[in-house]
Structure formats: structure tokens, C-alpha cells
Design a protein around this ligand. Structure first.
Ligand SMILES: [Zn+2]
Length: 390
């Protein structure tokens, strides 16, 4: 046998190779072996009939909470097959006090690849509902830097939730913000800032950010938006995006507003990365999973190729790992998602209870992680297709 798995006849979309066409994909061990117009099934140990499905790099969720010792945290494994997600970035659920345990109990054992941002607050989101940095004594930039140095393979950056109810107002808010920036610089990594009810105006934040730093919840409504009071995109946002600041969706339970995203898109703004901010309080809606979040961008008029790019190549680049993930290039790790695109009328709800009706819904049909076909997800679909056409 030359290949362990052959994925036949699917529509392959791999923005890292500018590829969008029907192709066969062969997997050998934990690597993608090759992509071709046809690959002989006699050479394969196991064949997946992917006709009618999209074959894309394993999805990368750049914003989720998968440290279950926090009241926000989900178990990482079920998200993988259910959502076609093979790499999950946990965004600061753990702080310096918990990261060792997070690594030992979840990161090292999870089915998906789990990476983490370290919260500036030493207690992370252990009781995040109380405001993790309202007491300045919890700000621990030295602990963040030490944690990243101890876990350089999985602790990849710094997180702060910059809401005034979380970090304090005025001087205290700025002091926490500056501590987070300093931790990112001293650790040689990057900073993700959660915006929403911020103690400082959004444009003023950019003066302290470098290319590679990230604003998440970029389509949040309310008092902190990337739009001014006249619904126009701030010039500072446009300039920041142009110089490489990452604008991440981070949908969440309170951070995606149809009116905001529609106005921003109308002004030509495009997020850098699509992500869910999945946690305990939104997995049963309105977020559900990565493919549902991606489908909302189809509704906004983005092409499927673009939506795949914002969910694979772009987050891989944000993580500095596009040589290994977010791609189907031969020789890279065999993390692959098979997606189904259903047509119909689907109600898409934002974080504020407002609805839009879309005509296309993506779902995960099959997920391959590290060269293994995972149980769960919609793999029944692939089997049914094969039987119907046998
Ligand atoms: Zn979050």
C-alpha cells in the first residue's frame, strides 16, 4: 500500500496553493502525500468518497476556550470532529498559575492541536465573571513571560480582555493594558486584545500595537466598535489592518453584530481571521461551531474560497505556522476537513438576537487529524454517498 487514506473526487480548496478544483488527495502516515487529478485507488488502504464535498485544510479556530477548569471552558476533543477543526487556539482561559495544569491535562492529551495564549491575569478566567484584572495584584506580566519561556511550543502569545468591567477604568485600565503589551514584547510573542466596553478608545490602542498583534471581537456592537458613531470605519482601523494588525472575528455570545459587520464589509473591510470564541455559554447557539460561523460570511457575500482562506491559511499565518498547518501541500501534516455545503433557508443569529436568513450552510462531514480519520462529525455522509453511487 502506498497510501493509508485516499480522498477521492472532492472539490479541493487550498488557498495556500491557489487551488480550487476537483482533485484526489492521498495521505500516508501523518503526512499529506500528494494531490492529483486522479490517484489510483488500488494503492490505497482506505478510500473516502468525497464526491459532493469540499476538501480543505483542517480548520484553525483562532479564538476558543478549551480549559474546562474555567466555567467558560469546553472539552477540546468534541470540537474537533464536530467542526472540522484540527488546531484550536485557547485565548487566555488559563493564566500563569494554571498553565502547567492546562498543558498536562488538556494540551498534551487533546485530539486537536491545542495552543494557548496566556492571560495577563494570573488566575485566567477561573472566575472571569468577576473581572480578572479589577484587582491589579492579579496582573502578572513576569509570570506570563516565564510561562511562555517554559512552554514555547504551545504558549504562543498573550491575552487581555480589555473591558472596563474586567480590567478597570482610567489609569488602572491603561496600566493593565501596558502590562499586557510589555509581556508580549518581552516574551517575543504577540498580544490578542478582546475589545468591548473598553476603558480606552479603539484608535488609541493601535499606537501601542505591532504587526502580528490582534484585535478580537472586531464586529462587536455597543460602545466599542471599529466604526465611529456615523458607522464609518475608523481611519486608524484601516491603517492598522494595512500594517499587519490582525482583526479576528471571535464571534462569541456578545461580540458579533450583523449591523456592524454589514457596515464594515460595505466599507470594504475584511477580517483577517474567522473564529468562534466558542465557550460554554454559546456552543448551543448562536455560535455552535466553526462551519456555522463561516457560513455567516457566505451570507455576507464572501466567496467560499475566501471563507476557507480566513479559516485556514490566515490563522496559520497569524500563528507563524503556515509551513505546517492551514495547507494541503505535500509533506505537511495530514490535518484535513471535508465540508458539506447544504442549500436551503437557514436562520443565522448574531450575538444580539438579530437574525439574517442565508441560503448556504457549511458543516463538517469528516475530519482527519494527524492522518487519522476521527470518529464523529458527519462521516456518515461520506459513507452514504459511497453506497448511493456504488
Ligand atoms: Zn474569548
Amino acid at each position: 500500500m502506498k497510501h493509508n487514506i485516499l480522498i477521492r473526487g472532492g472539490h479541493v480548496i487550498d488557498p495556500s496553493q491557489n487551488l480550487s478544483a476537483v482533485r484526489d488527495v492521498a495521505v500516508s502516515g501523518d503526512r499529506i502525500q500528494n494531490i492529483d487529478e486522479t490517484i489510483d485507488p488500488a494503492d490505497a488502504e482506505y478510500t473516502v468518497d468525497a464526491r459532493g464535498l469540499y476538501v480543505v485544510p483542517g480548520l484553525i479556530d483562532l479564538h476558543a476556550h478549551v480549559y474546562p477548569h474555567s466555567p467558560f471552558g469546553l472539552e477540546p476533543d468534541p470540537l474537533c470532529a464536530a467542526g472540522g477543526v484540527t488546531t484550536i487556539l485557547d485565548t487566555g482561559t488559563a493564566g500563569s498559575y494554571q498553565f502547567d495544569a492546562f498543558r498536562r491535562n488538556y494540551i498534551d492529551t487533546a485530539v486537536p492541536e491545542v495552543l494557548g495564549l496566556v492571560n495577563l491575569s494570573c488566575i485566567g478566567l477561573l472566575c472571569g465573571q468577576l473581572g480578572e484584572l479589577l484587582d491589579r495584584r492579579y496582573a502578572d506580566p513576569e509570570g506570563v513571560v516565564r510561562t511562555i519561556r517554559e512552554h514555547p511550543d504551545v504558549a504562543v502569545g498573550v491575552k487581555i480582555r480589555a473591558g472596563k468591567h474586567l480590567i478597570g477604568e482610567g489609569r488602572q485600565g491603561w496600566d493593565n493594558f501596558h502590562d499586557a503589551v510589555r509581556a508580549a514584547r518581552e516574551s517575543g510573542t504577540w498580544l490578542m486584545i478582546h475589545i468591548g466596553e473598553c476603558p480606552m478608545p479603539v484608535p488609541e490602542m493601535f499606537e501601542h500595537l505591532q504587526p502580528g498583534d490582534c484585535i478580537t471581537h472586531c464586529f462587536k456592537g455597543g460602545s466599542t466598535r471599529i466604526l465611529d458613531e456615523n458607522d464609518r470605519l475608523y481611519d486608524a482601523v484601516r491603517e492598522a489592518a494595512a500594517r499587519g494588525i490582525i482583526f479576528d472575528v471571535g464571534h462569541g455570545a456578545g461580540s458579533f453584530e450583523w449591523e456592524t459587520v454589514e457596515a464594515a464589509v460595505e466599507h470594504g473591510f475584511e477580517p483577517t481571521t474567522i473564529s468562534t470564541d466558542l465557550h460554554v455559554k454559546n456552543i448551543r447557539g448562536p455560535v455552535y461551531d466553526m462551519p456555522t460561523t463561516m457560513s455567516k460570511f457566505l451570507k455576507l457575500g464572501f466567496s467560499l474560497e475566501k471563507v476557507i482562506e480566513l479559516s485556514t491559511l490566515r490563522p496559520a499565518q497569524a500563528l507563524g505556522r503556515d509551513h505546517e498547518i492551514g495547507t494541503l501541500k505535500a509533506g505537511t501534516r495530514a490535518d484535513i476537513a471535508l465540508l458539506e455545503r447544504r442549500e436551503g433557508r437557514f436562520q443565522f443569529t448574531d450575538s444580539y438576537g438579530h437574525h439574517r436568513t442565508g441560503t448556504e450552510l457549511l458543516s463538517a462531514a469528516l475530519t482527519i487529524r494527524n492522518g487519522n480519520i476521527l470518529p464523529g462529525g458527519g462521516s456518515q455522509h461520506a459513507r452514504r454517498l459511497a453506497e448511493e453511487t456504488a
